[in-house]
Design a protein around this ligand. Sequence first.
Ligand code: HEM
Length: 400
Amino acid sequence: MTHPRPVSDWETDFDVLDPDYVADPFAIWDTLRRRCPMAHTDRRGSTWLPTRYQDVVDLAHDVEHFSSTQILVIPFDGQAPDEPVLEYGTPPISADPPLHTWTRRLLLPWFSHRRVEGYEAMTRALCAGLIEGFADRGGADAAGDYAQQIPVRVIAAILGVPSSLSETFTEWVRDALEFADDPERRRRGMDGLVQFFVAEVERRAADPGDDLLSELLHSEVDGAPVEKGVVLGVAALVLIAGVDTTWSAIGSSLWHLATHPDDRRRLVDHPEAIPVAVEELLRAYSPVTMARVVTEDLEFRGCPMRAGDKVLMNFPAANRDPEMFDDADTVVLDRALNRHVAFGSGIHRCAGSNLARMELRVALEEWLTRLPDFGLAEGGEVTWAGGQVRGPRSLPVVFP
Ligand code: HEM
């Protein structure tokens, strides 16, 4: 991992991998929002950082000028290594219409309310089993031993791939997203993922099962079968999009409850309040930042943008904008008006949000029922990952 040069001016030279930003970006956003709501940097190419809710939403809706064909927050520094070929990228997230439109339509039914209800019992049993594994130890790493273990197994079941490979999947996704500043690791992660799915696609083409991969392979669009290259990209996306994101949201929520005993007790005493609290925790600790690429020279909010510039879709900062949310930097578990954009906005709005919400709710319900009394371990080090997805990677907690 490279160590970025320290930032002295957040308005003109920001760096989302700066350790201060990763650990605590909230005060930085507050200052930028007041003084320079569209910050800029030339680190890793010319890039803009919006911090206001309305600006982020407007950017997300203008798909003509802000394309999704470059969505990585951390591009390769300098020469890109030979990346494995994903001919169509990872649609729908990396595509503009029309590829976006029909690939999204293929995916949505798998994450409908009805389908997601069908995954709940499995998720609950998984959470309960994980907690049983460490409950009598008096302490655990709530990120590594718990949060990290949940989404990858649920996604593996949906994709119809063995959950015994969960650790490997997790490594690949972390290499691709979390350690994206390290070209070797990113290549290793993407290579692993792509090669695995190439083999799986061939296997399902010959021997279909009752899973997302098989169904995609045997779907038709406008009378023609979906190309294998598209299926490959969609499958890789489902794994990448469904793992780090949700695990980070579960981890941040547990961090909040470990550090805010009043909120923890409230949810223990009133578990029926958890679904509304989940929305507030998603707002306050939104894990996902995306990127767009500017398609032609233009001006946005007075900023001269050039074709090829990147814009970071700062959904996490939008969700802390006091123009939109009263007392935005405070977690109000029963916040009534909460139009947060943790799942994005516009045509790319998260296709897996029903699943993510269910996993987050069930993970909290099971934890709070079984380990109602917990807090941070004294002397234990909490570490955070940042960049594209922000969340705790080590979260030592104790419970009596
Ligand atoms: C708390 C967890 C999650 C968060 C915060 C989250 C956030 C997001 C965001 C912000 C976007 C918009 C991307 C953009 O505008 O470029 C997105 C898109 C997407 N997410 Fe999620 N996500 C989560 C979980 C999941 C899960 C569990 C899945 C299921 C596999 C998933 C699948 C997708 C897909 C397929 C897209 C692309 C949709 C499109 O481009 O039309 N996400 N997500």
